[in-house]
Design a protein around this ligand. Structure first.
Ligand SMILES: NC(=O)C1=CN([C@@H]2O[C@H](COP(=O)(O)OP(=O)(O)OC[C@H]3O[C@@H](n4cnc5c(N)ncnc54)[C@H](O)[C@@H]3O)[C@@H](O)[C@H]2O)C=CC1
Ligand SMILES: O=C(O)[C@@H]1CCC=N1
Length: 266
């Protein structure tokens, strides 16, 4: 696979790290206006750094677009004459619809929209993807790329904003929960470093327990809650204070915000 990441900022760099840690890519172009910040990637055998997006497009089959929404239109216009029907264009750009990309590129290209999260840099992204009509034939290819960097799911485009909240913003939500658990552990006597270690590995274990066993969270909770024990005491107190409710309300507030912002105006 010959891949180009166009616009290597925060997310683009996370994706680049994920690709470099996985197999199957024979050439990786990384483009950015100022290459200084990514100069160290020059040492990788398969990597070419360039400020020239047209060079990257000509030499790649799969184009992963990771610029800011306001930069996309100019970017597409800059290289659209070089696109062939075989190129697979994967946009990571929040809020920029397939319809609007087709208005610039036409519908005869493989256009895929993806919503990864920043855990892609460690090969653990939950990535949602959808495509235009022509791109449907390339969805398996897109899935196989993102599955090497975590887990992926094909969804209808009208669920993309909800997926942004759960998966992309979700990283921030889970970080805050890990941080709060860390603060609790410090209050119970662990030093800050130990406390974070305990919190993050317990979080990772809980998620993996569900992924590996396919069981329901409440089934696993039942296994831990000794009658009259400390777990149920803690859990019930958290719920009295509104734990589940505040999480759900936060998710809905985030979704309401993203829904108020018209696609293309994020
Ligand atoms: N899924 C997720 O977790 C997240 C997704 N996003 C989406 O990802 C996209 C990128 O976000 P960030 O990485 O945070 O932005 P960023 O601003 O860090 O990165 C954009 C990069 O594109 C480069 N760039 C701009 N115009 C260019 C051009 N014409 N040619 C080459 N490079 C160019 C900039 O120099 C910059 O390095 C956004 O559209 C955003 O909506 C953003 C944050 C989280
Ligand atoms: O916070 C935001 O609006 C963007 C979208 C997903 C992650 N960051």
């Amino acid at each position: 696979m010959k891949i180009a990441i166009i616009g290597v900022g925060n997310l683009g760099l996370s994706i680049a790290k994920g690709i470099l840690n996985s197999n199957g890519t024979t050439s990786l172009y990384l483009t950015k206006r100022n290459l200084e910040e990514i100069r160290e990637y020059d040492t990788h055998e398969i990597v070419t750094l360039t400020t020239d997006n047209r060079e990257a497009v000509k030499n790649s089959d799969i184009l992963i677009l990771a610029v800011q929404p306001s930069q996309l239109e100019e970017l597409l216009n800059n290289f659209k004459d070089l696109l062939t029907e075989d190129h697979v264009i994967i946009s990571t750009i929040t809020g920029y619809s397939i319809e609007n990309m087709e208005e610039i590129l036409g519908s005869n290209h493989n256009i895929i929209r993806s919503m990864p999260n920043t855990a892609i840099s460690v090969g653990q992204s939950m990535t949602c993807i959808c495509s235009n009509k022509k791109g449907e034939a390339k969805l398996e290819l897109a899935k196989s790329i993102f599955n090497q960097m975590g887990h992926s799911m094909v969804i209808p485009e009208n669920q993309m904003q909800a997926a942004t909240v759960i998966c992309a913003s979700g990283i921030a939500f889970w970080m805050r929960l890990i941080r709060a658990t860390t603060q609790g552990a410090i209050q119970l006597g662990f030093d800050a470093k130990e406390a974070q270690e305990l919190a993050m590995h317990t979080c990772s274990g809980a998620a993996n327990l569900l992924i590996e066993s396919s069981s329901h969270p409440e089934e696993e909770i039942d296994k831990v809650t000794t009658p009259k024990g400390c777990t149920i005491q803690g859990l019930n107190e958290m719920e009295h204070q509104g734990l589940s409710s505040s999480l759900i309300q936060g998710i809905v507030a985030s979704y309401n915000k993203i829904s108020r912002i018209k696609e293309n105006q994020l």
